[in-house]
Every structure is written in structure tokens, then in C-alpha cells.
Design a protein around this ligand. Structure first.
Ligand SMILES: Nc1ncnc2c1ncn2[C@@H]1O[C@H](COP(=O)(O)OP(=O)(O)O)[C@@H](O)[C@H]1O
Ligand SMILES: [Mg+2]
Length: 328
């Protein structure tokens, strides 16, 4: 991992308190993200992807059990910030999100323009309503929406248009990192393809840095430079998107890849036998072992994350002999 990355996440943990014990939703995640790059985070439902978004943006529910690690943005560990400083300087300002199912979370009784302008007015007291409206119009055209729709209410827009409006909302403050949580999963295939094209164009024109969260490797590979695979709250592999199909090493990554055609129809992964483990008291060894065809004796212990010579990382005992350990 190089240190000129825009975002460096180290040992990030987010556990939730429940009556049955803590849920280890994000368990010791580390990764780098460079300016202008897209990191896709892929994995089955329930593996902690949305919790990762919450951890990065400190959008925490009341039942937090553990929240720790480092989130180094532009060289500063923003985990050290107070809640107030984080709200003023980080969330929506430097890192914004298009939350999961956000197209259905627009306020039905507020015109689109006012909803898009809201993050600007909330974060910059010197901004006038007129300036905010001007910027709202700018981002509206960036996402390819006709300007007259700014004056409309959410119900007057199609699902795809509402999704673009929520992307406009995330872009309005010109954040350094945009986190997209399953941006296309509720859309039909054609609308999904259009949306991916919009995201690609924005990336190209503005050098936007994205974290793209998806359960669909097909979607991921369209936009991503890097693909990180999450399993049961942990990152099990991080690989260049270009080489993912040929070079992904982790048995779970390989299983995910085999599942692309099914995923394109937006189904959950049905054909990897078994289920991910409960994140309350997960197995102490490799969390994928129970479903892994390649498991052997060592897998009852937790594998280290190995860094391969090409920079790829993999958390699996099969690669123990490859040189260089990430955490060394
Ligand atoms: N507030 C919460 N309290 C308890 N458990 C939670 C809470 N939020 C999420 N979880 C659990 O954390 C795990 C990861 O969930 P989530 O991050 O939504 O996964 P994904 O987005 O990959 O589908 C799941 O087991 C989920 O039930
Ligand atoms: Mg989710």
C-alpha cells in the first residue's frame, strides 16, 4: 500500500450490539484508494458492505458496539475528529454517499431542486439560495437530467431519474470520494446500463473517486479499477479489476465470478453451496472454510492477508508461501 493514496483505511471495525452478542459487520478492513480510481466492493448480501459505508461516513446506529481503526483522508486520520468536526468537514463535504435504495428515500413533498441544494446550504453558511440553485442545475446536467425536472417532485420522475437525482445530490458539494451503495440494483437492465454510462462519464470528465458497492461483479467490472471482495465482514481479496477474471486467487472470489450470469439477472447468489456464517461469533478460522472446496487443516486458523508481488492481496492459507505479508 502506498502512502500517497487519497484514502487509506486501516483496521476499520464496526460491530453492532445485539441481545445475542456483537455483530462483527466490518471486521478489520484495510485498503487504499487513489484519486480518480474506482474501488468496487463486492460480496453477498449481509457481508457488511452497507456497514462499511456507515463506518466510512460515521453514519452510526445507536447500537454500536465497536467502532475503531483509521480513516486517513488527504493524510489526516478523520477517525480522530469529533462528531461535530466530522459532520462539518468530512461527511457530504469530502465524502458523500448515494445510500442503498436512495431513489426511494427522496422526500416526497420537497421539490428536487431544494433537495439537491440542501447539502450545500447545510454546509456553507455563506452560500445563497441562488448560488445553491445554480450548482444544483450544474450537477443536474452532469447526471444527464433535463433542467425543467428540477422543479418537480420525486413522484414525477422515473426510478432511473430519481437515482440520477440522488447521484446529483451526492456530487453537489464536489466531494473527493463518492460512495455508491448498490446504485443500480433496483433498476431494470437498460436503466442500469444507462446509469453506469453516466457514472463512467462523470469519472472521466471530473476524475471522480468512487467506492462502488455491489453484489454484482458484472456491474463492478464495468467501472472499477480495483475489486475488493468482502466475505463475512472481512476483505478476503483485493485485485486490479483488469486482472480479476484471470488472477483472482481466493476460492470465494472464484466462486463469485462463476456466478456472473445469474447475478446479471439481479438474483442473490444461490449456487455457492451453504450460507455465509453468522457475524455473531463467526468461525475463528477462515470464515469461508465451511463452504470452501479447497479447505485443509490450516483453515481452522485465521489466515493472514498476503500481498502478492503484483500488489494484489489475498486472505487465504493457500497462498501462505507467497512472499511479503501485508501486515509485516
Ligand atoms: N444496526 C444493526 N444492528 C445489528 N446488526 C446489524 C445492524 N446493521 C446491520 N446489521 C447486520 O450486519 C451484517 C452486515 O449487514 P450489511 O452491512 O447491511 O450487509 P450488506 O450491505 O453487505 O448486505 C448483517 O448481518 C446485518 O444483519
Ligand atoms: Mg447493503
Amino acid at each position: 500500500m502506498s502512502n500517497n493514496a487519497l484514502l487509506q483505511v486501516r483496521n476499520l471495525k464496526l460491530y453492532f450490539r445485539t441481545n445475542n452478542g456483537p455483530v462483527q459487520a466490518v471486521d478489520d478492513l484495510s485498503f487504499d484508494l487513489h484519486k480518480g480510481q474506482t474501488l468496487a466492493i463486492v460480496g453477498e448480501s449481509g457481508c457488511g458492505k452497507t456497514s462499511l459505508t456507515r463506518a466510512l461516513l460515521r453514519l452510526l446506529p445507536r447500537n454500536v458496539h465497536t467502532y475503531s481503526g483509521q480513516i486517513i483522508l488527504d493524510g489526516v486520520d478523520v477517525m480522530q475528529y469529533s462528531d461535530e468536526q466530522f459532520r462539518k468537514e468530512v461527511r457530504w463535504v469530502k465524502m458523500a454517499t448515494v445510500p442503498q435504495a436512495s431513489m426511494n428515500s427522496l422526500n416526497p413533498v420537497i421539490r428536487i431542486e431544494d433537495q439537491i441544494a440542501e447539502p450545500l446550504l447545510a454546509h456553507d453558511r455563506t452560500m445563497t439560495k441562488k448560488q445553491a440553485a445554480k450548482r444544483a442545475a450544474e450537477v443536474f446536467s452532469i447526471v444527464g437530467l433535463p433542467l425543467d425536472f428540477l422543479q418537480r417532485y420525486p413522484f414525477e420522475l422515473s426510478g432511473g431519474m430519481r437515482q440520477r437525482a440522488t447521484i446529483a445530490m451526492a456530487l453537489v458539494t464536489n466531494p473527493e470520494v463518492v460512495i455508491l451503495d448498490e446504485p443500480s440494483s433496483a433498476l431494470d437492465l437498460l436503466t442500469q446500463a444507462n446509469l453506469m454510462n453516466v457514472l463512467k462519464k462523470i469519472k472521466h470528465d471530473f476524475d471522480t473517486t468512487y467506492i462502488l458497492i455491489t453484489h454484482d461483479i458484472g456491474t463492478a467490472s464495468e467501472l472499477a479499477d480495483e475489486i475488493a471482495v468482502m466475505y463475512a465482514g472481512q476483505m478476503v481479496e483485493n485485485c486490479s479489476a483488469k486482472y480479476f477474471y484471470t488472477d483472482a486467487h481466493h476460492p470465494y472470489s472464484r466462486k463469485l465470478m462463476a456466478s456472473v450470469p445469474t447475478l446479471r439477472e439481479d438474483k442473490e447468489l444461490e449456487f455457492i453451496p451453504g450460507q455465509p456464517p453468522s457475524l455473531i461469533n463467526p468461525p475463528t478460522g477462515c470464515r469461508f472454510a465451511a463452504r470452501c472446496e479447497k479447505k485443509f487443516g490450516k483453515c481452522s486458523e485465521e489466515p493472514n492477508t498476503k500481498k502478492l508481488p503484483n500488489g494484489q492481496t489475498v486472505k487465504c492459507w493457500l497462498y501462505e508461501d507467497l512472499e511479503g505479508k501485508l501486515n509485516a
